[in-house]
Design a protein around this ligand. Structure first.
Ligand SMILES: C[S@@+](CC[C@H](N)C(=O)[O-])C[C@H]1O[C@@H](n2cnc3c(N)ncnc32)[C@H](O)[C@@H]1O
Length: 218
């Protein structure tokens, strides 16, 4: 899968992502929720959940189906992605009160109150590394004190600085910890995604890690 191929656009420009959606160049789209999310969902907080960079929204729907008391918001820059999510929600018989999709920018969108749970899968790696500190600062605004940030970290490569490619930018556990800990998150649990719970296209052991982070402080 290549995510930096066909233009002079850069992934920090909304038009880069909208262009990919409009051209149907979405190789990250596996057509299903992440199996580890489905497995761990019963252990995750109820209440208000956010999935930034949700793409087609499979994970949004999985979080909502698992817990009818969980109100889930999928956020994506692409109107097309949000429309797909809305169709899937309607097909699943879920209400627009429980599941909403917002077309917007993670760094700027308006929300009523912070979230009990934020789930990040292939969103951190979609951002150019110079935005990682801003990503963590924004997460600290979005997650309630004692709330949980669940990161599925992919694609994990050596230094994780993003320089080795990705797609689009490689990551590492250290790349997350180095921005999340100063922003006020404590790691509760982490590990390799067990083979039984890897997504179909995830290549090898160690390429995908998970982390449960709690926001500390008031
Ligand atoms: C690599 S894709 C992953 C999609 C989804 N998480 C999945 O696994 O199928 C990254 C997604 O983030 C969205 N995105 C990129 N930058 C964004 C931003 N600043 N705010 C909201 N969404 C963004 C893109 O439109 C794209 O759908």
């Amino acid at each position: 899968m290549t995510c930096r191929d066909n233009s002079d656009l850069s992934p920090d420009q909304p038009v880069y992502w909208r262009d990919r959606w409009e051209k149907g160049v979405t190789p990250w789209d596996c057509g299903c929720a992440h199996p580890l999310l489905v497995h761990l969902a019963p252990r995750l907080p109820s209440g208000r959940a956010l999935v930034p960079g949700c793409g087609s929204g499979y994970d949004v729907i999985a979080l909502a189906k698992q817990d009818p008391a969980r109100q889930v918001t999928g956020l994506d820059l692409s109107e097309l992605a949000c429309k797909r999510g809305e169709s899937m929600r309607d097909e699943a018989g879920l209400s627009s009160k429980q599941v909403q999709f917002i077309e917007g920018d993670f760094f700027k969108f308006d929300y009523e109150e912070p979230f009990d749970l934020v789930y990040d899968y292939t969103f951190f790696c979609a951002l150019p590394p110079h935005l990682r500190k801003q990503w963590a600062a924004r997460m600290a605004e979005l997650v309630k004190p004692s709330g949980i940030l669940f990161t599925l970290m992919f694609p994990v490569r050596d230094s994780g600085t993003g320089a080795e490619g990705g797609p689009p930018f490689s990551v590492s556990h250290e790349a997350y910890a180095s921005v999340l800990e100063p922003a006020g998150f404590k790691l509760l649990e982490c590990g390799d995604v067990p083979s039984a719970y890897r997504r179909p296209k995830t290549p090898s052991p160690g390429a995908e890690l998970y982390g449960l982070w709690q926001r500390v402080g008031a």
